[in-house]
Design a protein around this ligand. Structure first.
Ligand code: OGA
Ligand code: NI
Length: 349
């Protein structure tokens, strides 16, 4: 048995075998978006999306309009990047000034993830608060980092990201409609969106029983759209009982999940599920999530249309940008305490 650096070792209750029952039949819904072309089917699609957001916080979409060649181009070019020697990759290493680019030391909940990542802002430059201090209204611009090689890395990523963003807004509209809200209810929150996308590479791991590609976590965003390859490893915790289920790779599908912002806007009607990535001893795996994030000045709190005397707000509001910069700072090093979590904003009852 090979030794594993102790910084990667998950606590026993978070390892890949915990609360996982193999061969379970229940599947996360796969929704065919070409059904939206049939006016008689639109309402069914909307309710299926709503049900999935409530029950799982996860679903997959096919025929979603993101061209497969745009996706394949990114997949090909990023593999070439990750295969470069480390001294090349660290030329575009993430730093505390512009926290994007290459990174291989990420911690989720204070345990190191078995992966390498490359992060890219959707808007370049992107506007973020200059400090975590709630009183400080200062803003600053952050910029993408692009490797010199492979030469079409930037263009491949930018083309893919535009398609992903377009689909993200289409899904946002369908989600609004599923809540009985106007289609464009959320649009104003994205005038200076802080969306970003990430390329994850999970190398083969000698001890997948002890380490995880990504430890259990919820996404902090509005919705995530994830392209995963055919290897598999993503798992979601079922809302009703916390049992872990695999998200089966479906060719050309995108995995959609609800993040904390949407969970809070809907006052917990829609569920931001815990998920994690299990690794394996033989095959590397790639995934490309697009995280849809609001503008820095958006206050994330339960929507007025959703709260009522019978359904009082379960969260205090918080400013999205301040949350993001606090979280980001903590991603750089192992902290003595857990980093900031959405539950810190729960109303105590
Ligand atoms: C993430 C994530 C899942 C995957 O990056 O937040 O959950 O399959 N990734 O890579
Ligand atoms: Ni995630």
């Amino acid at each position: 048995m090979e030794d594993l650096d102790p910084t990667y070792i998950q606590a026993p209750e978070h390892r890949s075998d915990s609360n996982f029952i193999p061969n379970q039949p229940e599947e996360i819904p796969v929704i065919d978006l070409s059904r939206l072309d049939d006016p008689e089917d639109v309402q069914n699609v909307i309710s299926e999306i709503g049900d999935a957001c409530e029950k799982w916080g996860f679903f997959q979409v096919i025929n979603h309009g993101v061209p497969s060649d745009a996706r394949q181009r990114v997949e090909k070019t990023v593999k070439m990047f990750f295969d470069l020697p480390m001294e090349e990759k660290i030329k575009v290493k993430r730093d505390e000034v512009n926290p994007v680019g290459y990174h291989d030391g990420e911690h989720t909940k204070n345990v190191k993830d078995w992966k390498e990542v490359f992060d890219i802002y959707f808007k370049d430059p992107m506007v973020i608060p200059s400090s975590t201090d709630p009183e400080d209204e200062g803003l600053r611009l952050v910029y993408n980092k692009w490797p010199q090689s492979p030469s079409d890395f930037r263009e491949a990523c930018e083309v893919y990201a535009k398609h992903a963003e377009k689909l993200a807004f289409k899904l946002l509209e369908l989600i609004s409609l599923s809540l009985g809200l106007p289609k464009e209810r959320f649009h104003d929150y994205f005038k200076e969106q802080m969306s970003f996308f990430r390329i994850n590479r999970y190398p083969p791991c000698p001890r997948p029983d002890l380490a995880l590609g990504v430890g259990h976590h919820k996404d902090a965003d509005v919705i995530s759209l994830l392209a995963q390859d055919e290897v598999g490893g993503l798992q979601v915790s079922r809302r009703s009982d916390g049992v872990w289920f695999p998200i089966r790779p479906v060719p050309n599908a995108l995995v959609i999940n609800i993040g904390n912002c949407m969970e809070i806007w809907t006052n917990d009607k829609y569920w931001s599920a815990e998920h994690r990535v299990v690794v394996n001893t033989t095959r590397e795996r790639y995934s490309i999530p697009f995280f849809l994030l609001p503008s820095h000045d958006v206050e994330v709190k339960p929507l007025d249309e959703i709260v009522s005397p019978e359904n009082p707000p379960r969260y205090k509001g918080y400013k999205w940008g301040k949350f993001y910069v606090s979280r980001n700072r903590s991603d750089f090093r192992k902290l003595e305490i857990e980093n900031i979590q959405i539950d810190d904003f729960k109303v105590k009852t």
